[in-house]
Design a protein around this ligand. Structure first.
Ligand code: ZN
Length: 214
């Protein structure tokens, strides 16, 4: 069957599910006590600033980026979910974020942990997803182990990234995207609502003229 053979090389979930998880991580991190006054913006500020500006975008990107290995996969037909889907890559993302935070004079540990966690959500979602491609799962513990891990929970349905413009594949992928949105969007919306309340306190306390740039 064409649709079934196309499932070879099928990663999961889609970039949409991963992006939602990245944003959720940034907003969840803002709920943790500590130095987060710099994450606030006044109620009259732009949506971009109120949503946590560049760092929220960075978390979104970090949650999607491990699948860059698909480019390599397209050339070599193997190697998906290896080192980009590992604790080694999570540590690298955290160190990179720490270096940028030092330069930007932001709380280093907080930014590093936030970015590492955003990257780690990609591994978590893939680990919870369905995978029909041998070797199934992720090389989660690289560089400590080359073994592949998968939960077999199949929380997220598989997606197909070959023949993506054919009707059966469009159906499979739209179903997967709808499933991801149904699972993750309510979490993102809930975090947004809680975060607005949590950070409003800091915004109100800020002296006039000391709000984040608008
Ligand atoms: Zn992945």
């Amino acid at each position: 069957m064409r649709a079934e053979s196309a499932i070879i090389g099928a990663p999961m979930p889609t970039p949409i599910g991963h992006a939602l998880a990245g944003v959720a991580t940034a907003w969840a991190a803002d709920l943790f006590p500590g130095d987060r006054r710099w994450r606030t913006a006044s109620a009259s500020a732009s949506w971009y600033l109120r949503a946590g500006n560049g760092l929220t975008i960075a978390c979104l990107a970090l949650a999607v980026v491990p699948d860059v290995d698909l480019v390599y996969l397209a050339i070599n037909s193997e190697g998906h979910r290896t080192i980009t889907h590992s604790v080694g890559a999570v540590a690298f993302a955290g160190l990179l974020a720490a270096a940028i935070a030092v330069k930007a004079r932001r709380p280093v540990a907080r930014v590093a942990l936030m970015c590492a966690a955003a990257y780690a959500t990609h591994l978590l979602l893939d680990w919870l997803g369905a995978d029909n491609t041998p070797p199934r799962g992720l090389q989660l513990l690289w560089p400590f182990s080359g073994a592949f891990y998968i939960s077999d929970v199949d929380l997220f349905p598989p997606t197909v990234r070959h023949h993506i413009l054919t009707a059966p594949i469009i159906r499979v992928n739209l179903r997967a995207i709808a499933y991801e949105i149904a699972m993750l969007l309510p979490i993102v919306v809930a975090l947004w609502l809680v975060r607005v309340k949590a950070l409003a306190r800091f915004a109100a306390e800020m002296p006039r003229g000391n709000h984040a740039p608008q």
